[in-house]
Design a protein around this ligand. Sequence first.
Ligand code: AMP
Length: 321
Amino acid sequence: MRPTGKLHLGHLVGALSNWVPLQETYDCLYFVADWHALTSEYADTSGMTAHALDNIADWLAAGVDPERSTIFVQSLVPEHAELFLLFSMVVPIPWLERVPSYKEQQEQLVEKDLSTLGFLGYPLLQTADVTMYDARFVPVGEDQVAHLELAREVVRRFNNFYGETFVEPAPLLTKVSRLPGLDNRKMSKSYGNTINLTDDAGTVAKKVRQMYTDPRRIRADIPGTVEGNPVFMYHDAFNTDTAEVEDLKARYRAGAVGDVEVKTKLARAMNAALEPMRERRHAVMAKPDRIREIAIDGSRKARVIARATMERVRDAVKLRY
Ligand code: AMP
């Protein structure tokens, strides 16, 4: 995750909610992608390290366990930059130019000059981040699927030149892999449509009341559409009372329920789901030095793996002196 601000529900539903159970089955590495944040935030880096520690606090509050998983900071493992450089030698620029997010983000973030080499190279740096640890699966949101497609192509090309060096990574998606924001566009800080993990219960309820629903339903007795309706995507993601959700959906389709009831029940379910995290976060934030220590220790562990990988890579490329 890029330390560009507070984590929001998109991060939780699209990625973090997968991170926690994966610890049962896999050796997991989770990192703060601060160089990735620089690709768009290079003009003002003042909040970066604070955001990084704040984001790690949310991971810990969600249940990421530093005893079981490696939590690290990208820039503390500079081998990522070396691997990125080697990849940049073999990957044609048009491969990067045709990644959909490249043009989309440039169009959407017009106030930022994203015509930089770093921004174009973003998915290649991501390829280095993942292949460095021989990661088979990458638990990300849907917006990252195209990047991993590129990563697989890069691995094939690299292996083709230098012999079998890396494994091809695949995305691991959650049930709701693209969470819409309050306005039905993808939830994202740059759209100002987020509900943050640190929002209190009152703020969550207020934001839910502002949420976009089926625009054709101007009265409660008009039948509405459930599919693709963000309010019901949220119910699916947060409301554990499936009987209540099915009842609301049926009555919504029949024009027999008001938006107020649907949203009140949603806010209640969301707050119930978020409350344990809020409490744990409170405890985590009471020991800020511990968060920093986790990041530094984890980065040291990650670096041991990264150094070994780069030995193998230098051999493969025949850069041995
Ligand atoms: P980023 O802020 O780009 O570093 O995103 C960190 C992770 O959260 C990535 O795996 C994203 O795919 C995921 N993510 C961010 N926003 C959303 C969203 N609205 N829905 C689903 N996943 C998301």
